[in-house]
Design a protein around this ligand. Structure first.
Ligand SMILES: Cc1cc2nc3c(=O)[nH]c(=O)nc-3n(C[C@H](O)[C@H](O)[C@H](O)COP(=O)(O)OP(=O)(O)OC[C@H]3O[C@@H](n4cnc5c(N)ncnc54)[C@H](O)[C@@H]3O)c2cc1C
Length: 471
């Protein structure tokens, strides 16, 4: 069997998105899926693109989510033209309903910082909510309408990505389970499956909540665990809501295929993925209270999926694994895997592990233009403090003008952040993080147009989590 450049484990939205991007960029990809594409959370998800809805504060995660949301219009068109699959993309906005005065205050605060950040969000008083969402019932104390958020249909999006990858030439194999690895030093030489061994250049673990088990087989720890979500599916003759509606008790997502999803529970019950009478009852009670017309409509199906919850903060782990030369992870996206799939898939582009110069991973520009370059370099100079390393510009070939040093933190790791502009091109910004992880010192650097920096800083924050897990 010929050796694929990249072997991806997991045919959910994350594995499929990476397969699509890498194959399109010229890598030879093989994706292995234990059952069928979109058989996990990626097939039952509510698939809201809730970059602002979920943004509780400014920060890298919000920037990552916004950058990913911005990729959907083009991606949706590409997949439609290329595969004929309509992923159900709608830039229809999402309504976040306040149900008491405390929530009203919370949402008004959120409106303030989001508007200050330049994001569009509109405050609707209760009478306006009633006018624009007439089917809604129960008390409301106003709502925030995030007009730039949207939604897709999860199963169509995931199968569209896998089909796109296949049409570009990727090998998509369903019904094959990865059972272990054969290794030599710092490399995985073979991926073992229930149908024999396969060799690969790069291996990417994208198996949702099952990624933790695969990581254990490679002797590193990935704190990802399943969080069950149950949902009800209604089929309505007419669309009852113009856009998804989210409340602290549950949510509705009306889709273009005529289904209305009602979600959802969040239960830590291991890998049990069944609906329960209690879960269904809770969802039904919420649904009929907030959308009274549903009292007369029976639900068509009850479904459940396992979100890949990531401890302790539910941020995903994306990036190369330091102790391995050819293994990377893209998992733990918890409630945001559909939203974050496009930007996650940009990461491993041109992701080459270079064994010389202690470079443990090179990532391509996120935006695909010619400006950026992002890298992770690992220092062999043990004992050097991060401040010393930062002030010496360790590992940086392009000397920059106007260094600014500031302290930063990536998760629990101490870091120093250096921001500068490039001497020969002041429109470019260079940002470097010197990160101390155990005995090792990492430099993560990025050169990007100043205008695009926000998206890159979000990626840094998630990449560093992989180091955190491995140290
Ligand atoms: C009820 C619910 C509502 C949600 N709503 C939203 C939302 O509104 N917006 C949003 O962005 N996200 C939402 N999510 C979250 C989102 O669905 C997940 O984050 C995302 O689907 C995770 O994708 P994944 O590819 O990492 O994992 P999965 O979809 O779980 O895919 C992993 C795949 O790996 C395969 N696999 C496992 N082990 C092996 C092995 N050993 N060998 C081969 N294959 C293997 C599995 O069979 C599975 O198909 C929701 C999730 C749920 C459950």
């Amino acid at each position: 069997m010929s050796k694929p450049d990249v072997l991806i484990i997991g045919g959910g939205v994350i594995g499929s998105a990476i397969a699509y991007e890498l194959q399109r960029e010229g890598a030879q990809v093989t994706l292995l899926e234990r059952t069928s594409i979109a058989s996990g959370a990626s097939g039952v998800s509510a698939a809201m693109l809730e970059a602002q809805l979920d943004a509780r504060e400014e920060g890298p995660f919000t920037e990552l989510a916004l950058a990913s949301r911005a990729l959907f219009p083009d991606l949706s068109q590409q997949l439609n033209e290329f595969t004929g699959i309509d992923i159900g993309y709608e830039a229809c906005g999402i309504l976040r309903l306040a149900t008491d005065d405390a929530e009203r205050r919370l949402l008004r605060d959120r409106l303030e910082w989001q508007q200050a950040r330049g994001l569009s969000a509109e405050w609707l008083e209760p009478d306006v909510v009633a006018l624009r969402f007439p089917a809604l019932g129960g008390r409301n104390t106003g709502a925030l309408f995030y007009k730039d958020d949207g939604q897709v249909i999860a199963s169509r999006f995931t199968t569209g990505l896998a089909e796109g990858a296949r049409q570009y030439g990727a090998v998509i194999r369903e019904g094959i389970q990865v059972t272990g690895f054969k290794t030599n030093g710092r490399r995985v030489t073979e991926v073992l499956t229930d149908q024999g061994a396969m060799s690969a250049g790069q291996v990417i673990l994208a198996a949702g909540p099952w990624s933790a088990g695969l990581a254990r087989r490679l002797n590193f720890s990935l704190p990802i665990e399943p969080v069950r979500g149950q949902m009800l599916i209604y089929k309505t003759v007419e669309r009852l809501l113009p856009a998804p509606v989210y409340t602290s008790e549950g949510y509705f997502t009306p889709k273009i295929d005529g289904t209305l999803l009602v979600g959802s529970t969040a239960e830590r019950v291991g890998f049990t993925c069944e609906t329960t009478p209690l879960g269904i009852e809770k969802l039904q009670s919420f649904a009929t209270k907030r959308l009274p017309i549903l009292i007369d409509i029976p639900y068509a199906a009850a479904v459940a999926g396992l979100r890949p919850g990531s401890l302790p903060d539910n941020l995903p782990a994306i990036g190369p694994v330091p102790d391995w030369d050819n293994v990377s992870v893209a998992a733990g996206h918890y409630r945001n895997g559909i939203l974050l799939a496009p930007i996650t898939a940009k990461l491993p582009l041109l992701w080459q592990v270079q064994e010389k110069n202690n470079v443990v991973g090179i990532l391509s520009p996120v935006t695909g233009n010619s400006h950026g370059a992002m890298g992770i370099l690992k220092s062999s100079k043990k004992g050097l403090s991060i401040q010393e390393a930062a002030s010496k510009g360790l590992g940086v070939s392009a000397r920059a003008a106007g260094w600014t040093l500031s302290h930063a933190r990536f998760g629990r790791l101490p870091a120093v952040k250096v921001v500068s502009s490039l001497k020969n091109d002041p429109s470019q910004k260079m940002v470097q993080y010197y990160v101390q992880a155990g005995d090792d010192l990492f430099l993560i650097q990025c050169v990007a147009p100043a205008s695009e920096w926000n998206a890159y800083s979000g990626l840094f924050a998630t990449m560093i989590r992989t180091f955190q897990f491995s140290n």
